[in-house]
Design a protein around this ligand. Sequence first.
Ligand code: NAD
Ligand code: WQD
Length: 338
Amino acid sequence: MSILVTGGAGYIGSHMVLALLEQRQEVVVLDNLSNGSAVSIARVENLAGRDVVFIEGDVRDRTLLDRVFREYPISDVLHFAGLKAVGESIEQPIRYYDNNVGGAVTLCLAMESAGVRRLIFSSSATVYGEQDSVPYHEGLPTGVPTNPYGRSKLMVEEMLRDLATADTRWSIALLRYFNPVGAHASGCIGEDPRGVPNNLVPFISQVAVGRLEALSVFGNDYPTADGTGVRDYIHVMDLVEGHLAAMQAIANRPGVSVWNLGTGRGYSVLDMIQAFERAAGCSIPFRVAPRRAGDLAQVWADASKAQRELGWRARRDLDAMVADAWRWQVNNPGGYAA
Ligand code: NAD
Ligand code: WQD
């Protein structure tokens, strides 16, 4: 049997594909390369010493999906393909709904017609919106995401719940990622954002490597210990291992299951800068800037449900996250393109 990984040429997907290959699984990757790189697939194959079937194409292309399901004996689908830039989603909302919601609809229709009903969906902590207190646990009602990207994730979650209610043969995991960072320890694959990074860790990495001049810290007047925003950063390899555990669990678990993938602890922007300075052995110039619209003061996961039900927990600490992010950045200062 094969695993279909949509978005497998992207940041998280490429790390996932490597872990699957290392588990001796057969992998089919479908990616339109809108934000991914074929080089990442080649590097993954090199690291694993095994090949994947790579199909360049769009998850909204029903004809292509039907062909993929006909040609390969797919048992499970890991659906990473999607657009993820919050600011861009505010400027181009319909593109985001088309890609993220439309992509999931087409994928589910093709899965249905192929009789494949095991799906892992890349959701996000953003579906909680702003809650009264941290940590965020899966029993909380979903909230109001502050942007179209977040709403597209919530829409897909709700659609998948309806699907599993209507047809109990489906087994679906909604994995709510907190803040994935870091890279594979080899330094050969990692996060390669196009243009100026939106997210904190890739931005700091590019400052440390000299591609960007200084970090803007978005607000230092939040009600947190040092005034800067607090997030639950999780190593991408821990995140990937959470998917492996979820895949195993839903094999015998019909319906929809929701698991947070986080560490259960938060770090501030200043904590992240300091950790990076330790890893890179240089100082990270920064200036305090106004708050970024839509940002919350503090978000971290209650990670106990995944530990209880999946036997999984994040093991890599902050120093490992930033050391691995830094190794990737130093080895590949220009990303995959260079
Ligand atoms: P990424 O952009 O690196 O990877 C996504 C991949 O999907 C890219 O390779 C892109 O080319 C591909 N893709 C996009 N639209 C496609 C389409 N219509 N058809 C085929 N391929 C398409 O992003 P990532 O960080 O690896 O995120 C993976 C998933 O996890 C996304 O769904 C994202 O929303 C979700 N997520 C990410 C984070 C994060 O901080 N990175 C947090 C929460 C959730
Ligand atoms: C982290 C902290 C910023 C950049 C986003 C999406 C979420 C999920 C993950 C994915 C915050 C501060 C950042 C900078 C800064 N999406 N910051 N200067 O906002 O928690 O989550 O990515 O697909 O849906 O919203 O992550 O890394 O952007 O920010 O001070 O240049 O760093 O204010 O406190 P965020 P982030």
